[in-house]
Structure formats: structure tokens, C-alpha cells
Design a protein around this ligand. Structure first.
Ligand code: LLP
Length: 421
């Protein structure tokens, strides 16, 4: 359910016509719906009713401070993986005491900054990271609250590039090594063990892998407690999938019931790190058709957005539905077209789509682009980062301005040895 709907043949974000925003800010642009963000957060939170739960929004999915602040106002904490993300969360009003610091490659500087800020917990992913954190924390005279992220060796049955819970993946402490790492943690200065963390991947479309992984974690908590470790927190990660092309992922309610079933009796505070589930359907990327080119096999609809703006189709072969902003007249037939960007690579495509063939100047909305869209954008082909716009009822605000080519060039330097004369 989202708030991008047609009204009298024209797509609106809540109360605002996308075509009006296009006139004001130009294309391409990302547009986010506040009502959709809020709805997704609330549905997820309600699904966890009855659990002692904390929702730490995975900032990596969409890190605009207006998005984070929208969720923080509803009570969300944040899951961050860099000092940059931590800063964003703090600026957006997330208290440090609700910030989880995750990530497989934290630097000493990041550890120190997280400790000084007073984050809720640092999720440690390896034995050497634990040793370093102990040194950093001891030198600051701070005890680090630590969960060990474990790797349960469970196949999340998702795209290989976003599966994280198999033993061959770089994430978490390998299952056989877990008890030893906890024993070491208990002995190290500056480390206070608070819990166990697990995250097996993203865009997961079945409850089975979650159930398997969480079941293993429950057994582990028993073993760890028997060995004298105080386990107060369970961090179950994110990963619940969303529909892009008719998939039917488990509902938040089904997911919540499964969690209650598997871990409900553990007497732990349970943290969740949803990202895509909250922001995915809350965003579209609006683009304008530059021209339509008849190829020998099909028509190419060349649009002004490209793989640098939304990388998912080319990186993961991901499908994003594309719809006209102004509905085609009744009786217009859908034909197969390929929607492509202007970048000089065949991979610069948003894929084959069934659409009433658009014409030059038409606006298209690339749907489900609120998660891992703007955050993964680059400036390839010297295409500046596009604006992000947030709608809230009838209000509309540019929440990140378009970067200009001059902004980009201002950060580059011509060596004086190349100066002419
Ligand atoms: N927690 C941790 C430790 C994570 O690594 C991730 C995502 C999440 C939570 C949030 O997962 P979500 O609920 O959003 O599935 N760029 C890829 C997705 C990468 C996900 C990385 N980690 C894509 O566009 O599909």
C-alpha cells in the first residue's frame, strides 16, 4: 500500500501531482511520500506488539535526514554502518541511545566516535574487531556495549549479492567460533557483552530462512547463558522483502508472529533493522522521455534518468515497474518497450516494460525506488546527483537540492604544472 495513486488520470504523491513537482524542480527527481513511510513503520511496529521490541531503521536504505527524521518522530532508532550515517541519524533527531552501530569494517576512528556519542550497541563481526574495540574503548575509559554478529550459515534464498548469512559470506563470526569469541569478549577490558546479532540478507521472500536462523540463535543464547554470559539483547536484523514485480513476501504480521513464536520466550529485548520494508514503496523516481528510438527488435524509450541515478536494475537485474505519470487514453495498448538511460553502456537499462508507448517529453514514474535508490547513486558520465523531494499531504519540499556540474567541478583541481604559458 502506498500513496502514489492516479487521480483523474494523473499520478499524485499524496495531494501533489508529480507533474507539478517536475515543472518546479525539473527531472529526474526522487519523490518520497511521508504517509507511506509512516504507514509502513506503523504496520511493522504493530506486527511486533507484545514483544519488548526496538525498531532501528536501517539508514543505508534511504539516508536522507528528512526520511530518518520522519521515522524518528514515530519512535524509530537507527541502524548505522558508518560515521556518516551516525551523524545523519543524530542530526535527524535519533538519540544516540537508540543507535546500533553495525558493519564489517569499522575503523578505529569510527569506533571512537560511536563510543563517544554513546550509541546503544556496537555489533562486532570478528575476533580481531573485538580486540581493536577493546583497545579503543579502554583508551577512552568507556565500556562498549557489544553484541556479536553471528553467521548462522543459512541460505536466505535471495540474490547472491545481498545474501549475508552463509558461511562463505564475509559477515559475522563463523558459527563454530562463536562460543570462543564470547569467552574472549568476557575477558577483555572495555567490553560489556549485551547480546547476539544476526542478519542473513535482504529482499527475503520466505519466512523459512528467518525461522532457521532465529532458531539457531535461540539455541545459542541458551548455550551462552549456560556459560555465564548475560544476553539481554537480540538483534534480528532486517531483510523482509517487498513486492517489485508481483512477488508475495510474508506480511509484517506473519513475520511478527513467527518471531514471537521462535524467540518470544527468551526474555530479551529484540531489535529489528528494517530498511527496504519501510522506504521501498515510499519512493518513486520521476523521469522524462528524451526520445523514442525504434530498434530492430523493439522500441527504446530513452529517458533522462539512468543507471547512475538508480543502480538496482543493472547491478542486480532488479525489476522496477514503470508507469506513465499521465495515464494513456482509454484503449491505448500496452506494448513491450525497453526503457533505457542515456549512459554509454548497454547495462544502462531499466528493463523491458509493458507500457502504452510513450512519446517525447512524457513523464514516467519508476516505482518502488525509495530504498537503495538515491543512496546508491553516482555521478557517472558527469551526471549530477538528482534532487530528492518529500511530500506530506499537500506540502512538498526539496529535501536534497540538485547538485550542479559547477558544484562538481569546484572540487576538482587543475595542477599548476599544466597551466598554460
Ligand atoms: N541490517 C544490516 C546489518 C544490513 O546489512 C542491512 C542491509 C539491513 C539491516 C537492512 O536490510 P533490508 O531490511 O533493507 O533488507 N543494495 C541492495 C540491498 C543491500 C542490503 C544491505 N544490507 C539492494 O538494492 O537490493
Amino acid at each position: 500500500m502506498d500513496h502514489f495513486q492516479y487521480r483523474s488520470g494523473e499520478m499524485f504523491a499524496e495531494e501533489v501531482a508529480l507533474s507539478r513537482i517536475a515543472d518546479d524542480v525539473g527531472t529526474p527527481f526522487y519523490c518520497y511520500s511521508t504517509a507511506t513511510l509512516e504507514r509502513h513503520y506503523r504496520v511493522f511496529a504493530e506486527a511486533l506488539n507484545g514483544l519488548d521490541a526496538g525498531i532501528c531503521y536501517a539508514v543505508k536504505a534511504n539516508s536522507n535526514i528528512a526520511v530518518i527524521a520522519t521515522l524518528a518522530r514515530l519512535g524509530a532508532g537507527a541502524d548505522v554502518v558508518s560515521i556518516g550515517e551516525m551523524k545523519r541519524a543524530l542530526v535527524a533527531g535519533v538519540p544516540a541511545a537508540k543507535i546500533l552501530f553495525s558493519g564489517v569494517g569499522k575503523t578505529q576512528a569510527e569506533m571512537a566516535a560511536a563510543l563517544k556519542a554513546g550509541v546503544l550497541q556496537i555489533n562486532v563481526e570478528s575476533a580481531p574487531e573485538l580486540e581493536t574495540l577493546s583497545n579503543v574503548a579502554s583508551s577512552l575509559g568507556i565500556d562498549a556495549n557489544v553484541a556479536i554478529r553471528v553467521n548462522p550459515d543459512v541460505d536466505a534464498m535471495t540474490h547472491e549479492k545481498i545474501a549475508t548469512g552463509k558461511s562463505e559470506n564475509k559477515f559475522g563470526v563463523g558459527w563454530p567460533d562463536v562460543p570462543g569469541v564470547y569467552a574472549r569478549a568476557a575477558a577483555l577490558p572495555g567490553i560489556r557483552v549485551t547480546g547476539v546479532a544476526v542478519h542473513i540478507g535482504s529482499q527475503i521472500l520466505s519466512l523459512d530462512p528467518f525461522r532457521k536462523a532465529y532458531g539457531k540463535v535461540v539455541d545459542l543464547v541458551g548455550t551462552l547463558r549456560a556459560a555465564g554470559h548475560g544476553i539481554e539483547h537480540l538483534d534480528l536484523g532486517g531483510g523482509l522483502g517487498i513486492p517489485y514485480a508481483g512477488e508475495q513476501p510474508p506480511t509484517p504480521e506473519e513475520y511478527g508472529n513467527m518471531v514471537k513464536d521462535v524467540v518470544g520466550d527468551l526474555d530479551c529485548k529484540i531489535f529489528f533493522e528494517p530498511g527496504r520494508l519501510i522506504t521501498g514503496n515510499a519512493g518513486v523516481l520521476v523521469t522524462r522521455v528524451i526520445r523514442v528510438k525504434k530498434g530492430t527488435a523493439r522500441s527504446f524509450v530513452i529517458v533522462d534518468a539512468a543507471m547512475n541515478d538508480l543502480l538496482r536494475p543493472t547491478l542486480y537485474n532488479a525489476h522496477h515497474a514503470i508507469v506513465p505519470v499521465i495515464e494513456a487514453p482509454d484503449g491505448a495498448n500496452n506494448t513491450e518497450v525497453e526503457v533505457v538511460g542515456p549512459i554509454c553502456e548497454t547495462g544502462d537499462t531499466f528493463g523491458k516494460q509493458m507500457l502504452p508507448e510513450p512519446g517525447e517529453g512524457d513523464l514516467l514514474a519508476i516505482r518502488t525506488a525509495g530504498a537503495y535508490g538515491a543512496v546508491m547513486a553516482s555521478v557517472y558520465n558527469t551526471r549530477p546527483l538528482v534532487p530528492e523531494v518529500m511530500v506530506n499531504g499537500a506540502d512538498v519540499l526539496v529535501i536534497r537540492e540538485r547538485i550542479t556540474v559547477d558544484d562538481m567541478l569546484a572540487r576538482e583541481i587543475l595542477p599548476d604544472w599544466l597551466a598554460s604559458g
